[in-house]
Design a protein around this ligand. Structure first.
Ligand code: PMP
Length: 404
């Protein structure tokens, strides 16, 4: 028996899925033309599944900063910050993020995944308790696996359930860290953060909010859900990523906790991996500047999100509860979702196929993410393609009759 034998079942179901059409988990673009278009199998394809919320991946000022850093500082740091030292850009970006969030401290990580993994697993020690939402991102679940503390899950977006669980733990002497997300990555739903903040206050717990999908999207100045609902003072740690609104790669955590910087010599996913290359730091710093200086990007994004959400909902598709930039369409079966995804791809629309067990409530989802860079016409084309494929596959029976 080979060491990979345990993946036999996974391999079989993967092959079965890929046999229906293209393999949704190894799409390879021939070229990327813009934040919203790529070439795929020789065809111009609309990109509607890239988390490129502000469309900054081709922003000229970001590219210029990146090129400048690349030429002046080289291709990479070739080591971690504790071993190889930091470049000025690392510190500049940390200062800029701390300033943006109005916090004392910031730590930059090589990915958002590592930010969650590192911060959460290091904050929660063996006598503490990590309390997470049941629909948490894999990086939070993996932090839960890595922590030496106890882990408690509460029902997704349910403040009463969180309250009950924290009350049961009230005699426990350790610290409690509650972790939620601003916008959830599969269905695009937002956390009831006001209610969570109240529960956290009453229980004397710490609160961490992962604003990966809400930074640059929600809030008066784009700081995320905590800003949008006015509870920033109750949030002890904000985690975010550069891989979505900032169009690069990397992650961060900001906090006002006085001793926060001690984590730099305690947090293994910070200490034992190479730091971000100067070019990535430079483009992220410039993208943050663009985010702050151009609220119009956020307005365009949100108008595009509403356009797509309402368009799909009006066609009769089952979409998530809120018109956020993540618009997910739930389909009755996995097979139908795979066929639908293939149909859209053939028609020139790329988005994400999300299947159980990676989805909440075992839903089969076509997950889209909207960008400020999409034109209204691109959004309308996407809606029309959904309608065409939906009719062809019989997912929209009412419309089959209407069309005949
Ligand atoms: N948190 C959430 C909620 C996410 O959706 C993601 C990425 N999809 C991450 C963290 C990790 O971000 P990164 O891509 O920067 O590793």
């Amino acid at each position: 028996m080979t060491i990979l034998a345990k993946y036999t079942q996974l391999r079989e179901s993967y092959h079965k899925m890929a046999a229906i059409g293209r393999d949704p988990f190894s799409v390879q673009f021939d070229g990327i033309l813009s934040p919203t278009e790529g070439m795929l199998n020789g065809r111009r394809t609309i990109l509607l599944g890239t988390n490129n919320y502000l469309g900054l991946t081709f922003d000229q000022s970001c590219i210029d900063k990146g090129v400048e850093a690349l030429v002046e500082q080289g291709t990479g740091t070739t080591g971690s910050r504790i071993a190889n030292g930091s470049y000025t850009g690392h510190g500049d970006l940390e200062k800029a993020l701390a300033d943006f969030y109005g916090r004392q401290h910031c730590m930059v990580f090589t990915t958002g995944y590592q930010a969650n993994l590192g911060i959460i697993s290091t904050l929660v020690g063996k006598d503490d308790i990590l309390v997470i939402d049941g629909d948490s991102h894999a990086s939070i679940y993996d932090a839960a696996k890595m922590t030496t503390g106890q882990v408690v899950r509460f029902r997704h977006n349910d403040p009463d359930d969180l309250y009950k669980r924290l009350r049961r733990l009230s005699d426990h002497p350790g610290n409690k860290l509650v972790v939620v997300e601003g916008i959830y990555s599969m269905l695009g739903d937002t956390a009831p953060l006001k209610e969570f903040a109240q529960v956290k206050r009453e229980a004397g717990a710490f609160l961490l909010v992962d604003e990966a999908h809400s930074m640059g999207v929600l809030g008066e100045t784009g700081r995320g859900l905590a800003e949008e609902v006015g509870v920033e003072a109750d949030v002890d740690f904000i985690v975010g990523t550069f891989s979505k609104s900032l169009g690069a790669v990397g992650g961060f955590c900001v906090s006002d906790l006085p001793d926060f910087d001690i984590l730099r010599v305690a947090c293994r996913p910070y200490m034992f991996t190479a730091s971000l290359p100067p070019s990535v730091i430079a483009t992220s710093l410039q993208a943050l500047k663009r985010l702050r200086e151009e609220p119009g990007l956020r307005l365009r994004l949100n108008s595009n999100s509403r356009r797509l959400y309402e368009g799909l909902r009006n066609l009769g598709f089952q979409v998530g509860p809120v018109a956020n930039p993540i618009v997910a369409v739930a389909l009755p079966t996995k097979e139908l979702a795979i066929a639908f995804w293939n149909g859209l791809l053939e028609a020139g629309l790329y988005l994400n196929l999300a299947l159980p067990p990676a989805t909440p409530n075992s839903l089969a989802l076509l997950r889209t993410s909207v960008s400020a860079a999409h034109t209204p016409q691109q959004i309308d084309t996407a809606i029309e393609l959904f309608a065409q494929v939906g009719r062809r596959l019989g997912v929209l029976p009412g419309l089959v009759q209407a069309a005949e």
